[in-house]
Design a protein around this ligand. Structure first.
Ligand code: MN
Length: 734
């Protein structure tokens, strides 16, 4: 579509058509002058003066009937970025609200060009958009229109930029426009993106549409005449017109529904706009009486609006010439919401003081998903990466296509396959945590029941109960999954704290039994001195170890008091014997030197080979053979002292130490998650240490674990790689 560049006068004329307050109009023209003055001398890629872009953005916003401040922000949206104006200067010249909007729009924009190849940056950028939108929808409105005008003038960009910007528009901005119900903008963004991303298909469909146009127009014209006569006869006021689907929606239907062009049913479409809701149902009645409706195609979005506030009745009928028509019936208000969505709601109302916060609250009420975004954004602990945030948002909110209702009629949208637990967490975290039963359409159902569109869901809760680990197996939304996980982790920590007290008591008793002053030896400083010996780094882990007996309390007493165990302590002696025996089994290596029967063989501590690794023997001077990994750098230039060695046949009694290095983004509970994986894989943990790296974002974790063989080690490492925020996992040689 060709667009003519509007002048400032034309923007003002458009604004004057619905804004009467001279102060408001003055604000707009002041913003226009300010922008023109500061952008003077700047040019767009098209060669046109920069101000043309701003006039366009402000003009489109004015046609959407937004408030004066939003139009002003449209003129000013690039002055921070391109003219070096600060937020405070803008606030002083105009006001805080306008400065805030412009600043937020700028922040969204500047992130795009930073490391665009890095998915983490891309996700961070998108997160910014959503958080900004959740705070003030006007920000995204300006950003959307900015993007719309940039898309209209994309031909001046390089081919690579065209593809990147079009892809981002299709992935991020069109879905936002859709979710905000601004379908006119959404459709145009989609078709423009489609053109730049897949020109061949675009032209193909455009030609198909064109070829059938005359015939279709004729059918639609006849149908409009017939229906008009029918409604006029029944004294109903209405407007009726044909409408064409935009190319991208045809393309998407052909792809997702795997249909040929001529199979797409609602290609012939008619819209009837009338005065009242009651008129809508009347019209539906007359049409169904006159034409045969296709079963299952009647949708009443008036009674149950879509989550983007869209309201209308849809029905599909067979026309008099056998052609199939989709008919939409709605009121003028509904029509305006259908075209402009949230912007229609935002529509400037003369003589009413604008209150941004109140408007935002009102909009959140209408758009339950926007409320969800707000909750999501508040929910995110600092440890959550931007890509995780985006994944949750994408899955839980944008892919939502099951619409269920609370008993009060509030519509909740959920992704496919969601269960009452997902629903419960969407209502409120506490409802999720204390859910014990679900009633769907008046029948009690199991908590893992799959919900379907139209279900009325009610959750039974009971105080004092908590989520079950089993829920993790069936929940579909990341929101529910994260809430359940963090609850369980917290519980585990609390349990650990309880066990800590047990450990303290065990140590105190043991010290007292041996005649030592427990108080003296249990001083924090003294205890800290021995942490290293027991491979723990803090008090809680130490006491927990004693409580669960992974740390031997006798051994601790001995270390703390520097005393050998008393010789008459038979029990301690037995334990010592038992321990020695075990240790001997462990020091056996499982390695043989072919052809030699008795030979001292030890595992090299530098590279710690594990059963199954390619290995080689190094003949030491007077200390037998040390077994290294074949690729150990320490023996690289020692060919003359190397001999062949081999693993004995598999013997499950052996276990091997292995050092693992994990590089990850730092976050809360990271160590807990790593230790959980290690224990799930049944690899005894010998040592763990972690440090946050200089960049303050990443951390390095070192683990020593016992594994049975390389297979065991590899599956452990593979599972560690799956831990959230872990980047690399590798074995190390010293
Ligand atoms: Mn711009």
């Amino acid at each position: 579509m060709e667009h003519r560049n509007p002048s400032v006068d034309e923007v003002m004329a458009e604004a004057r058509s619905y804004i009467r307050d001279p102060e408001d109009l003055f604000l707009i023209s002041k913003a226009a002058e300010y922008a023109a003055a500061h952008h003077a001398g700047q040019f767009r890629k098209s060669g046109e003066p920069y101000i043309i872009h701003l006039n366009n953005v402000a003009y489109i916003l004015a046609t959407m009937r937004v408030g004066p401040k939003t139009i002003a922000a449209g003129f000013l949206h690039d002055v921070i970025e391109d003219c070096g104006i600060s937020h405070d200067e803008l606030a002083a010249e105009f006001d805080e609200e306008i400065a805030d909007i412009v600043e937020a729009v700028t922040k969204i924009g500047t992130l795009e060009y930073k490391g665009k190849d890095d998915p983490e940056y891309q996700a961070a950028n998108h997160r910014k958009i959503f958080i900004a939108m959740a705070k003030d929808v006007r920000v995204i409105l300006v950003k959307l229109i900015d993007r719309l005008h940039n898309m209209r003038t994309l031909q001046y960009q390089s081919a690579a930029s065209q593809k990147r910007i079009a892809a981002e528009t299709l992935d991020v901005y069109a879905p936002i426009a859709h979710r905000l119900g601004i379908s006119a903008v959404k459709n145009e963004l989609e078709d423009l993106s489609f053109f730049y991303l897949n020109r061949e298909e675009y032209y193909h469909i455009a030609r198909l549409v064109e070829a059938k146009k005359a015939e279709r127009d004729e059918s639609v014209k006849r149908m409009i005449a017939d229906i008009s006569e029918l409604l006029t006869k029944n004294n109903i006021q209405f407007r009726i017109f044909g409408r064409s689907k935009h190319l991208y929606s045809i393309y998407r239907k052909m792809i997702t529904k795997n249909k040929r062009f001529d199979e797409i049913l609602d290609l012939l479409a008619i819209r009837i706009v009338t005065r009242t809701e009651l008129n809508c149902y009347e019209i539906l009645g007359y049409i169904h009486a006159a034409y045969k409706p296709i079963p299952g195609r009647l949708k009443d979005y008036i009674a149950v609006p879509k989550t983007n506030m869209y309201q209308s009745i849809h029905t599909t009928i067979i026309g008099s010439d056998g052609k199939i028509f989709e008919v939409q019936i709605r009121t003028e208000d509904m029509d305006s919401v259908a075209e402009r969505g949230v912007a229609a709601h935002w529509r400037y109302k003369e003589g009413r003081k604008y209150d941004a916060k109140a408007e935002q609250r009102e909009i959140e009420e209408k758009l339950s998903w926007l409320k969800s975004i707000t909750l999501y954004s508040e929910d995110q602990s600092e440890g959550t990466s931007a890509s995780e945030y985006m994944a949750s948002l994408q899955k839980d909110i944008f892919e939502a296509n099951v619409y269920v209702m609370t008993p009060m009629g509030r519509v909740i949208d959920l992704p496919n396959g969601s269960t009452p637990i997902d629903f419960a967490y969407r209502i409120h975290t506490d409802v999720g945590h204390t859910a014990v039963g679900a009633i769907v359409n008046d029948a009690m159902v199991p908590l893992n029941t799959e919900l379907h569109t139209g279900d009325v869901v009610q959750i039974k809760t009971m105080k004092g109960t908590g989520p079950s680990e089993d829920w993790l197996k069936f929940v579909k939304t990341n929101q529910a999954r994260n809430k359940i996980r963090s609850y369980l982790t917290k519980k585990e920590f609390e349990k650990k704290a309880e066990r800590t007290e047990e450990g303290e008591k065990a140590l105190r008793d043991e010290l007292t039994k041996r005649g030592f002053d427990a108080k003296e030896y249990m001083e924090k400083k003294k205890l800290e001195n021995v942490f290293g010996e027991f491979h723990v780094s803090n008090y809680t882990d130490f006491m927990y170890g004693i409580a669960v007996k992974s740390i031997n309390v006798t051994h601790v007493c001995e270390k703390l008091t520097n005393q050998k165990r008393p010789v008459n302590d038979q029990e301690a002696l037995e334990k010592l014997l038992h321990r020695k025996e075990k240790k001997q089994v462990r020091t056996r290596t499982g390695v043989i030197v072919p052809g030699i029967e008795t030979m001292k063989i030890t595992i090299a501590q530098c590279c710690l080979p594990v059963y199954g690794d390619p290995i080689v023997g190094f003949i030491t001077k007077g200390n037998g053979v040390k077994v290294h990994r074949a690729d150990c750098p320490n023996i690289k230039d020692m060919q003359s002292r190397l001999i062949d060695v081999a693993w004995e046949d598999a013997d499950m009694e052996h276990s091997y130490d292995a050092d693992i290095l994990i590089y990850c983004f730092d976050r809360n509970f990271l160590i807990t998650d790593i230790v959980t994986v290690v224990s799930q894989l049944k690899a005894p943990l010998i040592n763990i240490s972690a440090k946050v790296n200089k960049d303050k974002i990443t951390s390095t974790v070192k683990l020593t674990v016992q594994v049975e063989n390389t297979g065991h080690l590899e599956s452990l490492m593979a599972n560690l790689r799956k831990v959230d925020s872990v980047r690399t996992v590798s074995r190390i040689s010293h």
